[in-house]
Design a protein around this ligand. Structure first.
Ligand SMILES: Cc1cc2nc3c(=O)[nH]c(=O)nc-3n(C[C@H](O)[C@H](O)[C@H](O)COP(=O)(O)O)c2cc1C
Length: 182
């Protein structure tokens, strides 16, 4: 057993769907090499960013809610894996709302809060439609977020033609292959 920690995030509000199934496969694959923790964005309660920009001057949000709990999980982890379905060709609103609330930790203004340096970030995007462009957009958005928190973008996987968890089984070899590099 290693003490390197991996955080695997279900970015979907569905706790038992296709995204959760992929999270489970990744967890099974990497748990011999990492101390893993799986979380679902739907298990946390937080407000939308108000866009007040107070954090640009204070490095702190004016709100105090579960965003801090998620950021604590990010801080503890050495590796972060975001698994996101496409909802209207983008990240589900719940995960996007979390990203917006991470503005106190964003490196584009001073002062800003920081999580521990040296983390590696991975992204998995899935969708029902057949084209990869939507997955690429989601991956780009997650990697944009990682970059501003100094999480090194280290790999990604796009999975098309997945609607329900039953569709994930036949994609298991691709997911296992992706996990080899984590
Ligand atoms: C509200 C909503 C919007 C969706 N929008 C898209 C879309 O724009 N493109 C697409 O390919 N799939 C779309 N899907 C399908 C999901 O990406 C797909 O079913 C995925 O497997 C859902 O995973 P989940 O059940 O774990 O959330 C949408 C699903 C929902 C519920």
């Amino acid at each position: 057993m290693t003490d390197r920690k991996a955080l695997i995030i279900n970015c979907s509000p569905v706790k038992t769907g296709a995204t959760a199934e992929i999270v489970n496969i990744i967890n099974n694959e990497i748990s011999p090499r990492y101390d893993t923790k799986c979380i679902c964005i739907a298990d946390y309660t937080f407000e939308f960013c108000k866009g007040c920009r107070t954090c640009h001057g204070t490095a702190k949000c004016v709100m105090n809610d579960d965003v801090i709990k998620i950021i604590d999980e990010f801080d503890r982890a050495d590796v972060i894996i975001s698994v996101s379905p496409s909802y209207w060709a983008d990240i589900p609103g719940q995960y996007k709302a979390f990203i917006d609330r991470c503005t106190p930790w964003c490196d584009t203004h001073e002062p800003h809060a920081s999580i521990r340096e040296g983390k590696k970030g991975y992204s998995v995007a899935l969708r029902t439609g057949p084209g990869m462009h939507e997955c690429e957009r989601i991956i780009q958005n997650i990697e944009h977020f990682y970059g501003h928190l100094h999480i090194e973008c280290s790999g990604h996987l796009g999975l098309t033609s997945i609607e329900y968890k039953e569709n994930v089984k036949q994609r298991k070899p691709e997911i296992i292959e992706f996990c080899r590099d984590i």
